[in-house]
Design a protein around this ligand. Structure first.
Ligand SMILES: Cc1ncc(COP(=O)(O)O)c(C=O)c1O
Length: 405
């Protein structure tokens, strides 16, 4: 699928339905036809393994619930903040795994209370300090917290670090030490391990216009895959040999589904971004996604012939700063941000080539965010559309009044 097809796949009738239903401009839209197409891609790539939803990449309760009902292999969620986990459990979402460690005592106390009511929550840890905080909260409410150990899956080639800086747990010995600490506590229980291979799941390997660089990245990824699979398997084996029972081994992300599904030591995958298909996820050889989460800005002035200035738009994505973190105008096709202005705090000019159909104030220009869930922090709701009709407005976390930092 080339980029014009990809952008064109954002269907006219869904755009019209969203425009008619939106309370005002700018607005964000979730195209459920595209979302469901993307969900099909995730299922196809993940073999027969269950897929946990990464909520940081969705940030909309109804979108999470919609995906969970789409297929029985979509099972459970991975949260990024313990207060978020508590809010989702209270909203009726079950089977929650924290994807990141926490030392937030009020949040741990709230989760301990929910655990007391029988809610399923697993905390993430890679250090004794996090275990001690969890244990204290559990002891105070006389419950037992399930714990998942986060193992480092990064690679090093010739002194170059390929991966992200997360967990310090790399060796079997370091993992066993924490697993033993968990076993000694009456308030903690080891439930699983997670090894997130960010360098495979989160680094594009087929970037449009970057053939050589992409080929080099695919080569390094192949080398890293062998190392990741061996380390994850060795750690899982070592834990089992020492009598630690693991309910699950979690791995992967949107960009690594095929590889992670093929890793026999992994029992479940995680995916989030693939469902919304933000611009950065165009650059993966395995994925042919359709933009599902998009936003529309109104043209408020015509600054010069072919340059249309829209209201809003400065929604820059996190990560290593660069042009690929900017939103992308996708419709009408042919529009580009101005290199010296980018996407502005209040206004965003978009240039169209000579000969393009002229736009007028009041027209809309549609964009994609570079990343998935961050768009939901800028809008209170998604106008949800399907087959040319609006099927409702779905509150984002921001619309729920939720803000987890
Ligand atoms: C622990 C963990 N698992 C999985 C993912 C993959 O999420 P996504 O599919 O949205 O890229 C992430 C993303 O950062 C993560 O931190």
């Amino acid at each position: 699928m080339d980029s014009s097809e990809r952008n064109g796949s954002y269907r006219d009738e869904n755009r019209e339905a969203a425009r008619a239903a939106a309370a005002g401009t700018p607005f964000a839209c979730l195209d459920l036809d595209a979302l469901e197409h993307n969900a099909g891609q995730v299922l196809r790539l993940s073999g027969q393994k269950p897929v946990r939803l990464a909520t940081k990449s969705l940030r909309c309760v109804q979108a999470v619930k919609h995906l969970l009902t789409l297929h029985p292999r979509f099972q459970g969620v991975m949260c990024y903040h313990p207060q978020e986990a508590a809010a989702l459990l209270e909203a009726g979402v079950s089977d929650v795994l924290m994807g990141y460690p926490t030392l937030d005592r009020p949040a741990l106390a709230r989760l301990a209370g929910l655990r007391r009511q029988g809610k399923e929550i697993v905390l993430m840890a890679d250090d004794g300090s996090q275990l001690r905080a969890a244990e204290q909260a559990a002891r105070e409410q006389q419950i037992c917290f399930d714990i998942c150990l986060d193992i480092d899956m990064s690679s090093a080639f010739g002194g170059l670090h390929f991966g992200v800086r997360r967990s310090p747990l790399r060796s079997e010995a370091s993992v066993l030490e924490l697993a033993d600490a968990i076993r000694r506590s009456p308030h903690l229980r080891l439930a699983g391990v997670m090894g997130y291979e960010a360098q495979l799941a989160g680094v594009p390997d087929a970037k449009p216009g970057q053939k050589l660089m992409s080929a080099a990245i695919r080569y390094v990824k192949r080398r890293s895959e062998a190392e990741v699979a061996a380390r994850r398997a060795a750690i899982v084996r070592a834990l089992r040999c020492e009598g630690h029972e693991l309910r699950f081994v979690n791995g992967g992300g949107s960009g690594s589904l095929r590889f992670t599904a093929s890793d026999e030591s992994v029992t479940e995958l995680t995916a989030g971004s693939a469902f919304y298909a933000p611009a950065l996820f165009d650059g993966y050889a395995d994925l042919t996604l359709r933009p599902a989460a998009v936003f529309a800005l109104p043209v408020v002035r015509v600054a010069a012939p072919g340059i249309y200035t829209c209201f809003g738009g400065g929604y820059i994505a996190s990560g290593e700063a660069g042009a690929d973190r900017l939103p992308q105008p996708i419709w009408p096709p042919g529009g580009h941000l101005l290199p010296r202005e980018g996407a502005g705090e209040v206004q965003t000019p978009v240039r169209y080539p000579d000969g393009a159909d002229p736009l007028r104030p009041g027209d809309l220009i549609w964009f994609r965010h570079a990343k998935a869930g961050e768009l939901a922090e800028r809008f209170r709701e998604f106008v949800a559309v399907k087959q040319g009709a609006c099927i409702g407005t779905w509150a984002t976390y921001r619309g729920e009044g939720w803000c987890f930092g």
